[in-house]
Write a protein that binds this ligand. Structure first.
Ligand code: ZN
Length: 132
């Protein structure tokens, strides 16, 4: 696993642009169909927008029709952390970066892959590192 990243909220606020800060550090959600990666078919590794940890490979990306980038599984299971999220009167599972604890999105159990998972992730939480 990547080394743990420990920064104060003050540091994050200075480093991240306001939209990214709201999603990554304040558990915000970008409006559907607005994200840069929603329809992206580019190949490469999607990294954490806050700390650069490898999170999702483009190989596992699929078009869920929800308006957010969707993946069937993380690149490395240990690079993401899952947590129960009962906010907004819904039972959901939050997906966080295991290295820096930034909010990425949620995971649902209606995905098309063999393990049936759909990782619904904000574009603003990701940086695509394109394959050569
Ligand atoms: Zn991170």
């Amino acid at each position: 696993m990547e080394a743990k990243v420990n920064k104060t909220e003050e540091q994050w606020r200075e480093e991240l642009d306001p939209d990214r800060y709201r999603v990554l550090r304040k558990k915000g959600t970008e409006p559907p169909f607005t994200g840069a990666y929603t329809h992206s078919k580019e190949t490469g590794m999607y990294r954490c927008g806050a700390c650069g940890t490898d999170l999702f490979s483009s190989d596992t990306k699929f078009d869920s029709g929800t308006g957010w980038p969707s993946f069937t599984e993380p690149a490395l299971a240990e690079n993401v952390r899952l947590e129960a999220d009962n906010s907004l009167f819904m039972k959901r599972t939050e997906v966080l970066c295991a290295a820096c604890d930034s909010h990425l999105g949620h995971v649902f159990d209606d995905g098309p892959g063999p393990n049936g998972q759909r990782f619904c992730i904000n574009s603003l939480a990701l940086d695509l590192d394109p394959a050569e």
